[in-house]
Ligand binder design. Structure first.
Ligand SMILES: Cc1cc2nc3c(=O)[nH]c(=O)nc-3n(C[C@H](O)[C@H](O)[C@H](O)COP(=O)(O)O)c2cc1C
Length: 183
């Protein structure tokens, strides 16, 4: 049984990312065998992390531990990312900087949304993932804020993205399974 964490990295109030994450989980369950793989939402907004390096409050220290424990519990990940100034959200990068052994020798696939499907943010995240020894799959799903959202806020994805998601899931399952053998 593979455990996949669907990590939502935008904490902005009113964020578009939650609809994308919910679609990802719903469709991933539809396209997968429930006896073989599970999908769980990990919402960064549920973890009140401090900036890395700043002395945490007691509550933040608990959040750091919970974040580490939750992320460590998966075999692989789907990162859901927006694009902010051609990069990933600052909160997401900060949260990744708390991790290392939790994600080592695991696999990640990316789903982005933005003017150009968050393509640039995803590519920058590949470099970050490489340093975390987190293997990145080839297939992304890139949602356009212009054509996959109404008024850039109501998620209405084009049907062809389902085919992309199926391919992404196949790649993620293959690598997550393979990497289990070296952990
Ligand atoms: C400060 C800021 C910078 C942004 N920069 C980009 C950008 O470089 N490329 C892009 O496609 N969208 C950009 N956007 C649009 C966001 O991708 C869009 O608002 C998206 O919905 C943000 O994700 P969220 O709603 O889940 O927080 C930017 C938005 C903000 C607020």
């Amino acid at each position: 049984m593979l455990k996949i964490g669907v990590v939502l990295g935008s904490v902005r109030e009113g964020r578009n990312g939650l609809s994308v994450a919910n679609w990802t989980i719903e469709k991933s369950k539809e396209f997968s065998n429930a006896d073989e793989v599970s999908f769980e939402l990990v919402d960064l907004a549920d973890y009140n992390l401090p900036f890395l390096g700043v002395t945490p409050t007691a509550e933040q220290a608990i959040a750091i531990g919970s974040w580490s424990e939750k992320i460590a519990s998966f075999d692989g990940y789907i990162f859901i990312t927006a694009e902010y100034n051609h990069g990933i959200a600052g909160a997401f990068k900060n949260a990744l900087d708390f991790l290392k052994p939790e994600v080592k020798n695991k696999a990640v696939a990316f789903i982005g949304y933005g003017g150009l499907g968050a393509a640039r943010a995803i590519e920058s995240m590949r470099m970050v993932s490489g340093e975390l020894a987190l293997a990145t799959t080839q297939r992304n799903v890139n949602f356009s804020l212009i054509t996959d959202f109404e008024n850039m806020s109501t998620f209405a994805p084009a049907d062809f993205h389902e085919g992309e998601l199926k391919e992404l899931l196949q790649q993620l399952a293959a690598w997550s399974t393979a990497l289990k053998t070296i952990r």
